[in-house]
Design a protein around this ligand. Structure first.
Ligand code: ADP
Ligand code: ADP
Length: 223
């Protein structure tokens, strides 16, 4: 399984957010870092199929993701920077709904996974409350749960640890590590300890360009 990014440029009017990016991603955890405005969120939105590039291509196992479109999106678990909820759904209903859209698992399996995720993210108490009533931190955790449900092959998470307390952060990191041999996982973060503990590879973006693309061990040896 491979995601190949070839010559991706993204412009917003006359601002170049990404400038000829080439990357090849395999199973494992990629830490996406760089200053504000470097293009991290833009790259993640493109990889999630939510945004179209100005030029260039992204291939999933050799197929253009924008041609696969909805089929590709089923392989993706995506935590955007701000997650839009179905306010009239409970947390549990929303997870089951998204799980059914994305996975071929039967409803029994999806329900079990939804309960497990709610439990792990300490949302079990509020499983039956409308998501419109959730606090900011709870929304963040439900956002993580909706990215994970259905066992997607590609996980794209924009600052996932931001709303987590220290214990939840540890659970979350352990969970990602458990999945890392079976999924392509891309995580942006400002927290250097997250990168050190989590990422197998580092991608450093600056002004829309990749200035570093290395395995974590190689990058740490040099610094
Ligand atoms: P960050 O820099 O932490 O990724 P931003 O605050 O820049 O986040 O962006 C938040 C949202 O606003 C995103 O959806 C982004 O696409 C949008 N956005 C960012 N900059 C602009 C801009 N100059 N004009 C319009 N929308 C923008
Ligand atoms: P990062 O996530 O690294 O902070 P972004 O991808 O959010 O970077 O933004 C890269 C650049 O593109 C920034 O200059 C930002 O203001 C701009 N930008 C992001 N989204 C939009 C948007 N929807 N419209 C216009 N400009 C945007």
């Amino acid at each position: 399984m491979k995601l190949k990014i070839v010559g991706i440029t993204k412009k917003y009017h006359n601002l170049t957010a990404l400038d000829h990016i080439d990357l090849e991603l395999h199973n494992g955890i990629y830490g996406l870092i760089g200053p504000n405005g470097a293009g991290k969120s833009t790259l993640m939105r493109l990889l999630a199929g939510e945004l179209r590039p100005t030029s260039g291509n992204i291939f999933w196992n050799g197929k253009d993701i924008f041609k696969l479109d909805e089929k590709y999106k089923r392989y993706i678990g995506y935590l955007p920077q701000t997650f839009g909820f179905y306010k009239e759904f409970t947390g549990y209903e929303m997870l089951c709904y998204i799980g059914l859209l994305k996975s071929k698992d039967n409803i029994k399996k999806i329900r079990a996974q939804a309960k497990q995720l709610l439990n792990m993210l300490e949302l079990s108490d509020k499983a039956d409350a409308m998501t419109g009533k959730y606090s900011g931190g709870m929304k963040q955790r439900l956002g993580i749960a909706q990215a994970l449900i259905g066992n997607p092959r590609i996980l794209i998470m924009d600052e996932p640890t931001a709303g987590l307390d220290p214990m939840q952060r540890i659970y979350f990191k352990n969970l990602l590590k458990k999945y890392s041999s079976q999924k392509i996982i891309i995580v942006s973060t400002h927290i250097m300890s997250d990168v050190q503990e989590l990422a197998d590879h580092l991608i450093f973006l600056k002004k829309g360009r990749v200035v570093l693309d290395k395995s974590r061990d190689a990058a740490l040896e040099e610094s």
